[in-house]
Design a protein around this ligand. Structure first.
Ligand code: NAD
Length: 356
């Protein structure tokens, strides 16, 4: 890591970073709390085989910051946090690891509330819930809201429709070619919505099982993962990992819209946001359109109501159009426009809280 961790925390505005280690279960986790102005920091726990702990720290810092913006722009009274566990998901998962991790979450006394993320499931949340009440996304049979992915996928779908409306003047995706990169939890639900809407869906994934699951259910074209941007399509939906929108990929992209579920899609906001405008590609900000899962799990905290959750996820459509308009009005890229709106709410509430 070239900069010290405190420099990074200062640059990105973090409040707290917690390192958790348990030699018995092999747990190495990092909990990042970005901002608690709006409420407790809620964000999932990602299990990933990072090449180094520095990579894990940077991911936790970037992801938790995104959660602050996601909650703020979605009108949720939650702060931004995220955790990463470093390790191979096929090897380290155990009841002991999850319960030990639950104890670490509990030690923060509700300042951080965890949930699912890449490689973590409702079942894992169930183990965590044995040690702390500060967990969401537990299975439905335990009174939780279960897997947040269908809600995330639906939010991405409505965000994509809003993008279509902006670009083509009509929000129909019928006949449009959409590439879904990553057909995991969210990607597969998104494919379902797209097929139902009459889109022509192309998929790519590095995991053959996920591809088979998808082709067994839907009529889609599978494309080779190595050079996806050589293909022609109308919408690129990144639903795997972050930073896939970078200098190299943008130079090859021919699609007019990017709208997907992955967090931190732009490798560098300040560089790649403007680059997309220059290239005439409309980017639906990730933390805005992938907020459906957060909206869903957050509803567990104040009495879950499915209809209210769906109504709040639907609001992503109008908010996406609002952001596109703000981006034009302020002459900034769409991610910057979304950040402006989120920062305005954070500043307003900080002001409210600072006064008697
Ligand atoms: P997942 O792990 O179930 O699915 C990710 C899929 O991407 C897997 O099938 C994996 O094999 C594939 N993949 C990984 N690297 C790839 C590559 N280079 N090319 C093609 N495919 C690749 O995760 P998920 O829950 O579906 O989440 C997908 C993305 O959306 C993640 O970035 C996650 O942070 C984000 N997200 C998820 C939720 C949610 O509710 N699950 C909410 C908000 C954001």
């Amino acid at each position: 890591m070239q900069q010290s961790v405190f420099d990074l925390m200062q640059q990105m505005g973090h409040e707290q970073l917690v390192f958790c280690h348990d030699p018995y279960s092999g747990l190495n986790a990092i909990i990042a709390i970005h901002n608690t102005t709006l409420g407790p920091a809620l964000g999932g726990t990602r299990l990933w085989n990072y090449n180094s702990h520095e990579e894990g720290v940077i991911d936790a810092l970037r992801l938790s910051r995104g959660m602050t913006y996601k909650a703020a722009i979605s009108d949720l009274n939650l702060g931004g946090g995220k955790a990463v566990i470093i390790g191979d998901a096929n090897k380290i998962k155990s009841e002991g690891l999850w319960r030990r991790y639950g104890k670490f979450v509990d030690s923060l006394n509700g300042k951080y509330i965890t949930a699912e993320d890449v490689n973590t499931s409702a079942r894992d949340m169930e183990y965590i819930s044995l040690e702390t009440e500060h967990v969401t996304g537990v299975p439905e049979y335990m009174g939780g809201s279960g897997d947040p992915s269908p809600f995330t996928a639906y939010g991405v779908f409505v965000g994509m429709k809003a993008s279509a409306k902006k670009v083509w003047g009509n929000d129909s995706l019928a006949g449009k070619k959409v590439l879904v990169q990553g057909v995991g939890h969210v990607g597969q639900y998104l494919v379902g919505h797209l097929i139902e809407a009459g889109a022509k869906v192309m998929i790519s994934d590095i995991n053959e099982t996920r591809i088979k699951e998808t082709t067994d259910k839907f009529k889609v074209e599978v494309i080779n993962n190595s050079d996806i941007f050589a293909k022609e399509f109308d919408v690129y939906a990144p639903c795997a990992l972050g930073a896939t929108v970078n200098t190299e990929s943008i130079s090859k992209m021919k699609c007019p819209i990017i709208a997907g579920a992955a967090n931190n899609q732009l490798a560098e906001e300040r560089v790649h946001g403007p680059m997309l405008i220059e290239k005439g590609i409309l980017y639906a900000p990730d933390f805005l359109i992938n907020a459906g899962g957060l909206i869903n799990v957050s509803a567990e905290l104040d009495g879950y109501n499915h209809e209210r959750v769906m109504g709040n996820v639907e609001k992503i459509y109008n908010r996406t159009l609002e952001i596109f308009n703000l981006s034009e009005k302020e002459n900034v890229h769409t991610q910057a426009a979304a950040m402006m709106l989120a920062e305005k709410r954070l500043a307003d509430i900080a002001n409210v809280k600072s006064r008697l």
